[in-house]
Design a protein around this ligand. Structure first.
Ligand code: ZN
Length: 68
């Protein structure tokens, strides 16, 4: 299950959440309750070919993508 990193646009609080891919429920800031949060891509989804059925290896081997 991927861990997503969020940062609140209102209070700039950063937090992480475990989310299923199918989970589309709103994410709210745990500090101020705002729904205006920005999701950042986690280290999990770094596009190295997928296939995480047997063992998720090389977790930190992919460099973070530059924010555009
Ligand atoms: Zn907030």
């Amino acid at each position: 299950m991927p861990i997503y990193e969020y940062s609140c646009k209102k209070c700039a609080k950063k937090f992480e959440l475990l989310r299923r891919f199918s989970d589309t429920a709103e994410v709210t800031c745990p500090k101020c309750g705002a729904v205006e949060v920005e999701r950042k891509v986690s280290a999990f989804s770094c596009g190295t070919g997928g296939g995480y059925g047997g063992g998720y290896s090389g977790g930190s081997s992919c460099a973070p993508r530059a924010s555009s």
